[in-house]
Design a protein around this ligand. Structure first.
Ligand code: ADP
Length: 425
């Protein structure tokens, strides 16, 4: 039986879960990320588990049900502290789901106090006097004001959180955080005496988060972005070490599957080709013409790849410049084009692994979700960071164990596709 975990995390989306897992690993924890609530025991001995849900924008009652199921599983693994992870831009609507999920977890954990802070200074997310800044501007002046699902029109997090909660929300401000853990704990006592159950916490630097960490020792529930994670492993006697990110030795063939059309990915595709590596484009319009639902396109891509794989990494991509994407979308419809391409890239990833690929780079958030599903991956052991927010992972598939990295669109340097394999070697 696996040993008991220290920290149990519940993340409200997939790439956010990886972001948190990556921060915990860098601070010294061994971490597994699960896709949804596991139905099986842990595959490895770890210090923390991040359960990745897709609960950010679903109905609050469903988000609560999924989060409580995750909590029950994490408690069964012995988790001593629970961390509810949401986006560092506090993505939510007036009905949730950050507030309702927080209150449901508090009730289930029989706790009368928790914190809420999306601060992630490494990514430009800072909280001061309860106001959230994105880079140099307030949240409501950032591009988040126009988000299609969770537009954020108020930067005052005490107000935003209070609107989503029954319990009273207060503030632990920067002056208190700067004085360190004892001052934070004293302030928590004062807030509790005033009947306040949830405190937004200021943090403008990693130094603030590291000062906050010790004050959170033993608090049954934390709610935060990924930033607060950097101050937690020390509470369990852990410090940064190379061991926490150690994965089994990499072997097998190498491939990149890219369904991301983000600017950074387009540069990475161009860089990989310019470095002399073989690359094959998948055309959405050819997919749409297929009478076999794209199965012929998948098969011919795999036939193309097979002879190249023995000499080094190959790239198969649907990534295209905005004009080409718009043309495909105009002909097929935005959602239909996306789904068709995702389904195809996932089938190609699965076919490549069946051919012996054991080191796989996937570019694109949605594309990654589709590939992980096609490969029947349920748990990812988190390894070393390649670029901020993007670690190598190790996972089991029906074809065998693979190293894979899931790169969301705008992450990574231009040489990411070649750099990633060099790092594993
Ligand atoms: P990112 O992380 O860059 O946003 P995603 O994988 O999340 O990447 O999203 C890219 C979306 O675009 C996916 O739904 C993918 O299937 C779709 N897509 C990829 N290539 C094309 C293309 N050439 N034309 C139209 N849609 C595409």
């Amino acid at each position: 039986m696996a040993k008991q975990i220290h920290l149990g995390c519940i993340a409200d989306d997939f790439t956010g879960a990886t972001d948190l897992a990556n921060n915990l690993v860098r601070a010294g924890m061994r971490v597994v990320q699960t896709i949804g609530v596991p139905t099986e025991p842990l595959a490895a001995d770890v210090d923390a588990v991040v359960v990745a849900l897709k609960s950010r924008t679903i109905a609050p009652a469903e988000a609560i049900a999924q989060s409580l199921a995750a909590l029950a599983w994490l408690q069964a693994q012995g988790a001593q502290q629970i961390y509810f992870k949401y986006c560092s831009t506090f993505d939510s609507t007036p009905t949730g789901n950050i507030g309702p999920v927080t209150e449901a977890l508090m009730q289930a954990l029989h706790t009368d106090f928790t914190i809420a802070t999306p601060a992630f200074p490494d990514n430009g997310r800072t909280v001061f006097k309860g106001y959230l800044f994105v880079g140099d501007v307030l949240l409501n002046e950032s591009s988040m004001k126009d988000h299609p699902l969770t537009p954020m029109t108020d930067a005052n997090l005490v107000r935003v959180m209070q609107a989503q909660c029954q319990k009273r929300v207060g503030l632990i401000d920067h002056r208190t955080v700067a004085q360190g853990a004892a001052a934070v704990q004293q302030r928590i006592g004062e807030l509790k005496a005033q009947g306040i159950a949830i405190a937004v916490v200021d943090a403008v630097s990693n130094d603030d988060l590291l000062k906050l960490g010790p004050a959170l020792k033993g608090m049954p529930l934390l709610t935060a972005g990924s930033g607060v994670a950097i101050g937690l492993p020390a509470n369990f006697g852990l410090s940064p070490t190379a061991q926490s990110s150690t994965l089994p030795a990499a072997q097998g063939l190498q491939a990149v599957v890219s369904g991301s059309c983000s600017q950074a990915t387009l540069r990475q595709v161009a860089h990989f080709q310019a470095s002399g590596h073989p690359a094959l484009a998948v055309d959405p319009l050819a997919l749409a013409r297929s009478t076999q639902g794209g199965a012929d396109v998948v098969a011919s891509a795999l036939v193309w790849a097979q002879p190249h794989l023995s000499t080094g990494p190959v790239l198969i991509y649907s990534s295209a410049a905005p004009d080409a994407v718009k043309a495909a979308q105009a002909q097929l419809g935005v959602e239909a084009a996306g789904a068709l391409v995702e389904h195809t890239m996932a089938a190609i990833a699965n076919g490549l692994v069946a051919l012996g690929v054991r080191q796989l780079v996937v570019a694109g958030g949605e594309t990654s979700g589709a590939c992980v599903q096609a490969l029947h991956i349920t748990q990812l052991q988190i390894g070393p960071q390649i670029d901020p927010g993007v670690p190598w992972c190790h996972a089991h598939t029906p074809h065998g164990a693979v190293h894979l990295t899931l790169k969301s669109g705008n992450f990574g340097t231009d040489d990411f596709f070649t750099k990633a394999f060099a790092q594993l070697a």
